[in-house]
Design a protein around this ligand. Structure first.
Ligand code: GAR
Length: 194
């Protein structure tokens, strides 16, 4: 069973979906660590409930990304982590982790990339009066929500759509799509997804 780490910064509904999929046997992996950069994030409570260990750091306590990522890397190595899953981790991954986990870091983003990268993708789609948006799972590189796309799903934006209704639609898709894509990736079936 591959040992994975999930990185998250906030509510952690994707973390929950992944943990549920593992518990139910739909995702054959072991979540060996939650890495979180926000000491108050609700995802930490979810990890506690799921009995998954977490490593929390505050970037402000370190002089640079190189320093906090060195500590994160040490935690990952200590636990034998083979694969990193970003799930609402709101930081750019730096060269320390990218080098150590080359081709083994994935992210989920609430738009059909390359549209609406970065923060508040849902607000960006609404402000642009786009007719559709969606969800993308992709490999992580040094860019902001760039990197080879693994899977995506499109959602129509209906007239009268609110931020809340769109967010609900997108999150429901995320919660199904991410565990399913992770299962294929970890089983080595990447080609079927591309
Ligand atoms: C998710 O919608 C995820 O796609 C997004 O943050 C949300 C986290 O929600 N990620 C990004 O925007 C990355 N650029 P969650 O904490 O409930 O899983």
């Amino acid at each position: 069973m591959k040992k994975i780490a999930v990185f998250a910064s906030g509510n952690g509904s994707n973390f929950q979906a992944i943990a549920d999929a593992v518990r139910q046997g739909r995702l054959k992996a072991q979540i060996s660590l939650l890495v979180c950069d926000k000491p108050q994030a609700y995802v930490l409570e979810r990890a506690l409930q799921a009995e998954i260990p977490s490593f929390v750091f505050n970037a402000k306590d370190y002089s640079s990304k190189i320093h906090y990522e060195a500590e994160v890397l040490a935690q990952l190595r200590k636990r034998g982590i083979e694969f990193i899953v970003l799930a609402g981790y709101m930081r750019l991954v730096g060269e320390t982790l990218l080098k150590a986990y080359d081709g083994k870091i994935v992210n989920i983003h609430p738009s059909v990339l390359p549209n609406f990268p970065g923060k508040d993708a849902i607000g960006q789609a609404l402000a642009a009066k786009a007719e559709e948006t969606g969800v993308t799972v992709h490999f992580v590189d040094e860019g902001m929500d760039t990197g080879p796309i693994i899977a995506s799903e499109v959602v129509e934006i209906s007239s009268g759509e609110t931020r809340e209704s769109l967010q609900n639609k997108l999150q429901q898709i995320e919660h199904d799509l991410y565990p399913a894509v992770l299962q294929e990736l970890l089983a080595g079936n990447k080609e079927e997804l591309l």
